[in-house]
Design a protein around this ligand. Structure first.
Ligand code: THU
Length: 141
């Protein structure tokens, strides 16, 4: 989504998908529901929600759930066009560090829209995770 702004109606279908996933969050421990939706180049939309575990470290964030869902449908690096993350938190919820690393595996630059019910902010993976460690770093001994 080039040249977009947070309240561009282009975001609406992706936001709707993210809120639907948010409703399905499995968060019995934190009660902090997160929804995510990814738009791919082929027009496909892949959603995720956080899935918690009684062994807390087993918890998977909404962003990574969405990326895994997309990858399982064949999404590969540079196929993602945009990512939306929604919560009802007063302060918009940015992807955690681990999710930023996983996003960086699939996108050099990716618009990331953070939203709650009233506010929105637009970021990109390159500013959220500058100087990311990627597969390129493995090529130089
Ligand atoms: N969580 C996400 O799903 N995405 C984020 O960007 C931040 C945190 C989840 C993990 C856990 O289920 C809950 O939010 C509280 O950390």
């Amino acid at each position: 989504m080039p040249n977009t702004t947070p309240f561009d109606p282009q975001w609406d279908p992706l936001l709707q998908a993210a809120w639907q996933a948010w409703e399905r969050a499995y968060a019995p421990y934190s009660h902090f529901q997160v929804g995510a939706a990814i738009l791919c180049r082929d027009g496909s939309v892949h959603v995720g929600c956080n899935v918690e575990n009684a062994s807390y470290g087993g918890t998977i964030c909404a962003e990574r759930t969405a990326i895994c869902a997309a990858a399982a449908q064949g999404m590969r690096p540079n196929d993602m066009v945009a990512l939306v993350v929604v919560t009802e938190a007063k302060t918009l919820t940015p992807p955690c560090g681990l999710c930023r690393q996983v996003i960086a595996e699939f996108a050099e630059d990716l618009p990331i829209l953070l939203a709650n019910r009233t506010e929105r902010a637009l970021h990109s993976i390159s500013t959220l995770l500058p100087h990311a460690f990627t597969g390129r770093n493995l090529l130089t001994p």
